[in-house]
Design a protein around this ligand. Structure first.
Ligand code: MG
Length: 250
């Protein structure tokens, strides 16, 4: 069931989105060689709680940390750990979300740890660009397939691949709501977008083949071929005036 949000709910989501984005930026500033992903998780949790919000990933389905931190070939759902120490050249996907007065924000960014390879830099740029191309399609009357198509077309033209097993999603009082928002699709197909819908658009893009697998911890999702993977995400409201990114600062 797709839940349309009232303007009061949208303003709470705006606040939740802002906290989620600030947490993500603080996390990104902490990315540097020698830092553990556990330390970054701690920064995220402290900041979100200082705003009177809660990290919505903590305990979600049993997830043991406040954020997902996914390094290099980890696509998503990396578990922060004292033993995962960042090194120069890593790419670090960080996914943060805050729940504020019952409403959720969800956003992600892939950061460079020091200097990274040309190949990695190009992957990050393409994935970020595909996110914004997807967001451009998030207008009333268009369909979920228009978003997925915009992402897929851009990414595949650059010989990267789009992850199929994990997709974007509606977001609101629940972190994951209907509809699913795949990063692939056919223009004009799928759920029609309506004002008041709020969705997380989140391209996950692999340098190699699209296949992924989940490790024995039940969370960590890696590329099957070991290639690098990038992840960028915003929570977006569909409005009569066009897409409004809720996970941004003023
Ligand atoms: Mg998400």
């Amino acid at each position: 069931m797709i839940v349309l949000k009232t303007s009061r709910e949208l303003s709470l989501m705006r606040k939740a989105g802002k906290i989620s984005q600030k947490a993500l930026r603080l996390a990104g500033e902490a990315v540097e060689p020698g830092v553990s992903t556990w330390e970054i998780d701690k920064i995220i949790r402290q900041y979100i709680e200082s705003e009177g919000a809660t990290p919505n990933f903590l305990g979600y389905g049993g997830f043991p940390a406040s954020a997902c931190i996914s390094v290099n070939n980890v696509v998503i759902h990396g578990i922060p750990s004292k033993s995962t120490i960042l090194k120069k050249g890593d790419i670090v996907g960080i996914d943060t979300g805050a729940c504020y007065e019952g409403f959720n924000g969800d956003n992600a960014w892939t950061f460079a740890c020091g200097e990274i390879s040309e190949e990695a830099r190009a992957l990050l740029e393409a994935t970020e660009k595909s996110l914004y191309l997807g967001i451009e399609q998030a207008v009333p009357g268009r369909r979920v397939g228009d978003i997925g198509h915009a992402v897929q077309e851009y990414v595949e033209a650059r010989k990267y691949s789009v992850v199929r097993e994990f997709v974007g999603h509606g977001v609101g009082a629940k972190l994951h709501e209907d509809p699913s928002v795949p990063n692939y699709g056919t223009p004009g197909r799928g759920v029609r977008l309506l004002p008041g819908m709020t969705i997380a658009i989140e391209p996950m893009v692999n340098l190699g083949k699209p296949g992924v697998k989940i490790l024995d911890d039940g969370w960590t999702t890696v590329t099957r071929d070991g290639s690098l993977s990038a992840h960028f995400e915003h929570t977006v409201a569909i409005t009569p005036d066009g897409p409004v990114i809720l996970t941004q600062l003023d």
